[in-house]
Design a protein around this ligand. Structure first.
Ligand code: CNA
Length: 251
């Protein structure tokens, strides 16, 4: 692994427009379970016999909002979670002029909490919510910390998270900005994602360079086409890159 990290560090030293494309595995070290690992929600979360894909779908939000909010609040909202070494390393790489953007499938807001500024949230964020009736925007902090259907203080309408549910489309502007960043990237690091959720996972195909790095605990469908593959915890890898080798003096 040392040789691989040395190579990644030298690529990141040279990088001026690197992009990080990540998923739920980036936040497992912050105590937020992913979906598809052995300890992930698809294995561990009890949903009254229903599949997580259904409980996190537009269909469920409309047909059974109580079920939806119970699952969402219990398993996807983690106000106590703090950024881990992966988030902090990426923020430092941006500060020092090596990383241009983070494109994330995560909805936990931890990249911004770590100090990352250019973050494209493909699936939205649990931090932001809005009333489906009057459109009022409501912060997570203003929503009761319990698994009930939140209601708008103005009109009594249902308040839903600004996250892309199964059965809903992604925001075109976020997709366009993500594609542009990936097309312009000199290094693309893909990490902490099983690359199973589309269309998000398909965006890495827009990368045109020859420094595609895969960092994931387990094999992914993109490993074969990658220039460097590291099967290790991403927080450990990125922290080592910035601590040991990479020039991260702020610019
Ligand atoms: P996934 O399908 O659960 O895959 C996660 C991947 O990360 C797996 O392949 C794991 O092997 C790998 N992994 C887990 N921990 C680590 C680690 N420490 N270091 C390296 N690799 C690790 O999740 P994806 O992100 O691929 O799927 C996209 C879904 C997950 C999006 O729609 C998200 O909204 C959704 N999600 C987000 C969060 C979050 O915001 N933190 C949590 C759970 C699910």
């Amino acid at each position: 692994m040392d040789t691989a990290i040395d190579l990644l560090s030298s690529w990141m030293n040279d990088a001026r427009s690197a992009v990080f494309f990540g998923g739920a595995g980036v936040s497992t070290a912050s105590g937020i379970p992913d979906f598809r690992s052995a300890a992930g929600l698809y294995v561990t979360a009890a949903g009254n016999g229903r599949e997580p894909e259904y409980l996190l779908s537009h269909e469920c939000l409309i047909a059974e909002p109580a079920e939806f909010f119970t699952f969402h609040r219990t398993h996807l909202v983690h106000p106590e979670a703090k950024p881990n070494r992966a988030h902090l390393a990426l923020a430092r790489l941006e500060d020092s002029g090596h990383l241009a953007a983070v494109v994330t499938q995560n909805i936990d807001g931890l990249h911004q909490a770590a100090g990352s500024r250019t973050v494209h949230e493909l699936h939205g964020s649990v931090e932001r919510n809005h009333c489906v009736q009057c459109g009022r925007a409501i912060d997570l902090a203003d929503i009761p910390d319990e698994p009930v259907i939140p209601v708008c203080p103005d009109c009594g309408g249902m308040v839903r998270p600004d996250v892309v549910l199964y059965g809903e489309g992604l925001d075109e502007q976020v997709i366009d900005a993500s594609i542009r960043a990936i097309q312009q990237a000199d290094v693309l690091i893909v990490g902490g994602t099983s690359l199973n959720v589309y269309p998000a996972a398909g965006l890495i195909r827009y990368y045109r360079g020859h420094r595609l790095v895969l960092i994931n605990l387990t094999e992914t469908p993109a490993d074969k086409g990658a220039d460097l593959v590291i099967h290790s915890p991403i927080d450990e890898v990125l922290d080592t890159v910035v601590q040991r080798n990479c020039d991260t003096t702020p610019r």
